[in-house]
Write a protein that binds this ligand. Structure first.
Ligand code: AMP
Length: 385
């Protein structure tokens, strides 16, 4: 019994370099949000012996099936948040629409425990703040402007010499929701654009030039409390109906493009003082430039392949960094192609189960609605690079 305990201590000491973490009482990680990202972080935490408590408004959420406890309450329920903060040692989140006020309240209750911190969340919740912040760091984006009426829009499009543009809601857009592509010609008489404006009346909108891109890519960066980083990617991402369909690694890009994408992510991570994981989505233009499109203050669908093709996945990096442990290596031991299982794709499960190199992940969602991410499958093969 005593021998067993000591042996564990020695092992963990060598593993982490942190003598205190695993040798004192069990540390508990609290995660706001109970979707599949929370579920996969909780599974990674379990592998490290770290229990997770989820805070989530939706009963039966995917993460709830794999965690020690789920507190079902809304993000503005102060009593429930207090109870949550008393039960956990570290607090993180798994999606970007957690109210910043919730983070502020938890940070007040448990100073220093919420990771990543509020700035990253705040910036990624608002497309105007996001683009302004990226540009302030010298990270290039598509040309953009706040929507301030048709007349101003026409002038802006003229000054950009843009053929087409994208209008997006500043907040709460995802997977192509709350956005419209339009030709720059005749916008005052474009019925679809008029309809979009009516449907989003009263909401702040952003206008972006429609980028003529050849590819969409992403990079994921993990950064620990000592500022040490680990990077994944760049990943090549293909979308169907604005939802990620396939991610391929390695992506067929020259090394200069990869190092450019990495340095953008590093700049951003340093800028916000990241402790945790963030994702930067980028366009590769037809003339070979990289433009940042969106920040996710969290693990990302384009990083799911890391579970099966790396020793340390994006989810383990998330758990490690927010719990104050060192980042691990992001080295890939296999090439990978990840396919999302969306809606009825779940019916293909038996086929994937029969394939030798297919690593299947299902999220435990009961209803396969159209557009709903039900799971993913990663095909791995020996390294090519
Ligand atoms: P987003 O919600 O900003 O990630 O946009 C969803 C998808 O719309 C992206 O993955 C792109 O395929 C497309 N998209 C968004 N913004 C632009 C843009 N400025 N130019 C061209 N395509 C865009």
């Amino acid at each position: 019994m005593i021998y067993g305990k000591n042996k564990r201590k020695v092992l963990l000491k060598t593993l982490t370099g942190d003598k205190s973490f695993f040798m004192t009482d069990t540390k508990i990680l609290g995660i706001l949000g109970g979707g599949q990202l929370g579920r996969m972080s909780a599974l990674a935490a379990a592998r490290l012996g770290i229990p997770v408590i989820i805070f989530c408004p939706e009963v039966d959420c995917p993460a709830s099936y794999v965690v020690r406890e789920t507190i079902y309450a809304s993000y503005d329920d102060l009593t429930a948040l207090e109870k949550f903060s008393e039960k956990v040692d570290f607090i993180s989140y798994e999606f970007e629409n957690i109210p910043v006020e919730t983070i502020d309240y938890l940070e007040k209750l448990k100073p220093g425990s919420v990771r990543p911190g509020r700035q990253l969340l705040d910036v990624s919740q608002d497309r105007i703040r996001e683009k302004s912040y990226l540009n302030s760091l010298g990270i290039e984006t598509a040309q953009w402007a706040a929507f301030e009426g048709l007349e101003a829009l026409e002038k802006t499009l003229h000054s950009w010499a843009a053929k087409a543009f994208v209008a997006k809601t500043v907040r709460f857009g995802y997977d192509g929701k709350g956005q419209i592509f339009c030709s720059a010609q005749g916008i005052a008489n474009n019925p679809d654009f008029q309809d979009f404006l009516m449907r989003h009346d009263g909401q702040a909108l952003i206008i972006e030039e429609a980028v003529d891109f050849s590819d969409e890519v992403s990079v994921i960066i993990a950064r620990d409390i000592n500022g040490k980083t680990a990077l994944y990617g760049p990943m090549l991402n293909e979308h169907k109906h604005h939802i990620l369909h396939r991610t391929t690694v390695p992506a067929p890009f020259p090394p200069a493009l990869a190092s450019n994408a990495f340095s953008m992510a590093e700049k951003l991570a340093e800028g916000v003082g990241l402790v945790g994981v963030l994702t930067l989505e980028l366009f590769v233009t037809k003339d070979g430039r990289l433009l940042a499109n969106e920040i996710a203050p969290r693990t990302h669908n384009s990083g799911h392949w890391t579970i099966d093709a790396c020793s340390v996945s994006q989810f383990e990096q998330h758990v490690r960094t927010v719990c104050g442990l060192p980042v691990g290596s992001s080295a890939r031991h296999s090439d990978a192609e990840m396919l999302n299982l969306i809606g009825d794709d779940i019916l293909k499960t038996p086929d994937y189960m029969a394939q030798e190199n297919a690593c299947l992940h299902l999220y435990g969602k009961h209803e396969a609605r159209a557009g709903r991410k039900m799971g993913h499958v990663t095909f791995i093969k020996p390294l090519s690079d």
